[in-house]
Write a protein that binds this ligand. Structure first.
Ligand SMILES: [Mn+2]
Length: 303
């Protein structure tokens, strides 16, 4: 008998945390959908890969001076199903339940299209998207709702939401034209790669400062670091740049975030560690819980 291509990881909890939603600061759930995706389609395993590798990492964030083990996380499981419209509504409902209890929704996916459901539910003032692609086509392969069009659908349906797009490096002319017309603020990957100062000018480019939703497509990072995505694109930023941008965003009020498009290629990859680390670094950046913080003296290395 042919062995399975990948081991079936136990459906554990993210960082093994078993807190209830009442006890938690973050309400986390998985979105293993990829029915309208292209490239490598392996999102079914994405949420469990985030979970498994979250427990494999070392537990200290040197950048944010946080002990990951002190982050209060409730892992609610996955939103599963076959029908897109039903999943969309269920995703909205889960995000709404978490947000109604003043907890921060965290979605781990899976096809980027589901970000539309989360944004539709919590309606931020500013949507910050990290992505190699603009995802602003009007339609793709005859479909108006997919991972390549969802940001246009959000932009059209919510003219009051400002959009800051970080990491762009691959798309169609029609998308760029639409983004300009819609006043989407774009900080392309090339600026972040070449110009260290671009990082510090992000704050000046932020159209709003409160009520942020952050959406990370893991393909914003270069495939050299992050190969486990559906649509890898060369010329991306490294994890250190991504996490330093997180540092610039934390002065704002973040009301929810997602980390999407993990498409596991094998049972083990450094990219899977990086995917889990991206979630934990963003949580460390966003957390308002002072009990997660470690003593600053621990991180003094001499000048
Ligand atoms: Mn992308």
């Amino acid at each position: 008998m042919k062995p399975p291509e990948m081991p079936v990881f136990s459906r554990g909890k993210f960082t093994d945390s078993d807190l209830t939603l009442e006890e938690a600061e973050f309400g986390l759930f998985g979105s293993p959908y990829d029915g309208r995706s292209t490239g490598r389609r392996a999102a079914l395993r994405a949420p469990d890969m985030f979970r498994y590798f979250s427990s494999e990492l070392e537990t200290t964030s040197l950048r944010f001076r946080v002990d990951y083990r002190r982050l209060r996380i409730c892992d609610l499981g996955d939103v599963v199903g076959m029908d897109f419209d039903t999943l969309f509504e269920e995703t909205k409902s889960v995000v709404g339940t978490i947000a109604d209890q003043d907890r921060i929704p965290v979605m781990l996916g899976g096809e980027h299209t589901m970000t539309w459901a989360a944004v539709e539910e919590i309606h931020p003032k500013l949507l910050v998207v990290f992505d190699a692609h603009l995802d602003m086509r009007d339609s793709y392969l005859g479909e108006s709702t997919s991972h390549t069009t969802f940001l246009r659908r959000i932009a059209e349906a919510n003219p009051d939401i400002d959009i800051l797009h970080i990491g762009f490096r691959a798309g169609e002319v029609e998308e760029i034209l639409y983004a300009r017309e819609r006043n989407v603020t774009i900080l392309p990957s090339s600026m972040l790669v070449r110009d260290d100062l671009a990082r510090t000018s992000i704050e000046e480019r932020m159209p709003s400062r409160e009520c942020l939703y952050i959406s990370v497509d893991l393909d914003v990072m270069d495939p050299a670091y992050m190969e486990a995505v559906s649509n890898p694109e060369p010329g991306g930023i490294g994890p250190d740049t991504l996490f330093s941008v997180f540092e610039l965003l934390i002065k704002s009020d973040v009301i929810g975030f997602d980390v999407m498009e993990l498409s596991p290629s094998s049972e083990w990859s450094p990219s899977h560690y990086l995917a889990a680390k991206t979630v934990l670094e963003l949580m460390s950046a966003v957390s308002k819980d002072t009990k997660t913080k470690l003593d600053e003296k621990l991180f003094y290395w001499g000048s």
